[in-house]
Design a protein around this ligand. Sequence first.
Ligand code: XIL
Length: 434
Amino acid sequence: MAMLVTAPASAGTTLGASAAEKGRYFGTAVAAHKLSDNTYVTILNREFTSVTAENEMKWDATEPSRGTFTFTNGDRIVNHARQRGMAVRGHALLWHAQQPGWAQSLSGSALRAAAMNHVTQVATYYRGKIHSWDVVNEAFADGSSGGRRDSNLQRTGNDWIEVAFRTARAADPNAKLCYNDYNTDGINAKSTGIYNMVRDFKARGVPIDCVGLQSHLSNSVPSDYQANIQRFADLGVDVQITELDISGSNQANVYASVTRACLAVSRCTGITVWGIRDSDSWRTGQNPLLFDGSGNKKPAYTSTLDALNGGGTTVPTTPPTTPPSTPPATTPPPTSGPGGCTATVSLDTWTDGFVATVTVTAGASAITSWRVTIPLPSGATVTNSWSATTTGTTGTTQWTNVSYNGTVAAGQSTGFGFQGTGTVTGLNPTCTAG
Ligand code: XIL
């Protein structure tokens, strides 16, 4: 009698290929200065389908002085990845650590404005190239409080996280927007605080798409790790394992358990390890990665690969792919203003609220100040703004530059933004240059 033979699922021979067979990415943190190390690059190119800049996209790296942006090292990583079809995770737009000195010394509305301008500028610069952004990193406190960590950003007001997500959405509508943290791997007070925030964001239409579990682990994984991933997934967000590294003699088993937990939840869309070789790890001396200092595969590599090839009963969505190199246009062509500048608005709206991100572009000659006039429809009220001074919160609003963004070279752009309540479907800005 004829037998129907079901071909066994093919077993991949690299982390990236095996994860892809399960519809997921397998990524690593990358340091730009190591891209000239042959052993490092050989493993990177062979094994991984996603990269995260280990430090190069953080605030201190990308905006070392206020309003001056440096993307050289971030671009080296992005270009390396895109040329080889790897996806890129963006890490991290706002964080209490690794802030430039000038931001550390700001507070209140000045810090809020600078922070949201940072989000806008960096997310806009990389628009179309990032599959997921860690919009906010490590904003919750350790321990039993379940509340926010104290920081200069937190002291600008509890709404700083949601304003950051709305601002990021306006700047890059296609990136998945993540909240990322550590010690959140099991069900505990900290992860529950984040869970409650995500549930609240979903209920109020704050744009959040994913939660990152850093998963810096020591010899074991919480027994409710998969249940924790599942409860976030059940809120309607993806979960990504974002910075996995595991110390201790039980390492190989723990890597396998983490991998199987992710494969068991369809919305767990990818795993990133925080470095390639043990010698690349930030956890000096703990050897928490998948390759030894010489680039040899460790038992943890084999157990992870085996878990990828064996596990996985659910088929999630297609893994992220590299988007086309030309970002889609999201704003209408500029309308000419009476002076030497133009303004365009990108709008992110939700029920009874909006974020407007305004780009101001100098004409054929440099400008030293600008004013943008924006009529708001009735019922719309500005509640918060950044990187501009406003006259009026309803009706015809006027926006003038602040000290650091008035000077714009010919053809170059700067920006500001505001948030409000009410229904707005489109805005018509006019720009006047000084
Ligand atoms: C670490 C980097 O690996 C180090 O090179 C750097 O000196 C400090 O930051 N959580 C995070 C990561 O979100 O950005 C951190 O990366 C590790 C902890």
